[in-house]
Write a protein that binds this ligand. Sequence first.
Ligand SMILES: NC(=O)c1ccc[n+]([C@@H]2O[C@H](COP(=O)([O-])OP(=O)(O)OC[C@H]3O[C@@H](n4cnc5c(N)ncnc54)[C@H](O)[C@@H]3O)[C@@H](O)[C@H]2O)c1
Ligand SMILES: [Fe+2]
Length: 386
Amino acid sequence: MVSQFNVPSTIIIGGGASKEVAAQAKRLKASRAFLVTDSYLEKAGLAGQIINYLEKEGITASIFSDVQPDPTDKNVLDGLRQFQESKADIIVGLGGGSPMDTAKVISMLAKNALPMTQYAGYHKVPNPGVPLIVIPTTSGTGSEVTKVAVISDTERNVKMMMLDVNLLPTVALVDYELTLTMPAQLTAYVGVDTLVHAVEAYVSKKANAMTDPFALFSIRLVAENLYTAFKEPDNKKAREGMMLAACQGGIAFANSSVCLVHGMSRPIGALYHVPHGLSNAVLFPAVTVYSIPGALERYATIARVMGYASEKDSDEAAGSALVKGLQELNDKLEVPRLGECVKVELSAFDERVEKMASDALASGSPGNNPVVPDVEEIVELYHNAW
Ligand SMILES: NC(=O)c1ccc[n+]([C@@H]2O[C@H](COP(=O)([O-])OP(=O)(O)OC[C@H]3O[C@@H](n4cnc5c(N)ncnc54)[C@H](O)[C@@H]3O)[C@@H](O)[C@H]2O)c1
Ligand SMILES: [Fe+2]
């Protein structure tokens, strides 16, 4: 199998890395920056801090903070218009996956014709975008290092996934100190998202020798640090571990793939506006039970790396221990069941579930799963997670 591996050409990682923003912008010959963020990060003062770093070095900055969680095509088009008016020569994306993905697509659309729907799917973007520096504040989606962006198509009510090397940020500044303010619940949800990225990258049909080490290291870091970060928000060691895990999980999945959990998670986000990490978390144990027979050895390795099984256990025993461990992790992180997340009766959910299953399959991600389901099996899996 031939695999392609892409990461940003510059990744600066460690406490205080975000202070490098001006030096990196100057290196890229920029004089005017367009900062894409969300209203919380603007109010909390983080956006102002980044603008100060830039302005101290003579780089002017304008701000666009109209990005909602699970960003929409409308958010992107509003940002694109303001970017064009700003005459900026560099874009800075500051925030969780939502502002970073919005920044990626604004940067891409500045150099590629509308409509953006034509870029949904794999390798469809002809031109590189405007230079882009991203600064994650969650750990996280790993979007800072991925060639992926997820934007809601409000007309069709689906989350569009775009994957193309032309969506890759130019520079990622990965500063765990920016994640210390994440509340416990957000820490849990984005942390499970990281774990799902790494696990899906490792069991995917597209897993390869370049992605396996990143995936396994990320899984280990989540096992060692997620619960501590959830319980002790000020624990710098745990926050640093989760930031590294998110970055490595992103590198792994973007160059392997995500699979069935993400495929089934996106329709939940599109229709019920459940946060991305939470919708992954609620599906994860049920999808793992279903998928283990297709990659038993790999799932057993994951169980051992996470400390749920030892070398002495058979692969079958390790697989069962993994499912039990993931359910217990959800319980410890106070992840509810699917029914509680979507906040509707099962009968109402069932009216939409076939379309959700078809949308999941159409996204392409389930095709990389160790066991590839049909629509009926996906419906059953939603019910198992209910
Ligand atoms: N591009 C990719 O590779 C990729 C991968 C996975 C997920 N995603 C996408 O990313 C989006 C989700 O991103 P996310 O989970 O990072 O959340 P998010 O960006 O939607 O942010 C969630 C909330 O957390 C707040 N927040 C962010 N940083 C904070 C901090 N340091 N302290 C306190 N609050 C903070 C935000 O203001 C927001 O209210 C989804 O749209 C998902 O589909 C993209
Ligand atoms: Fe994800």
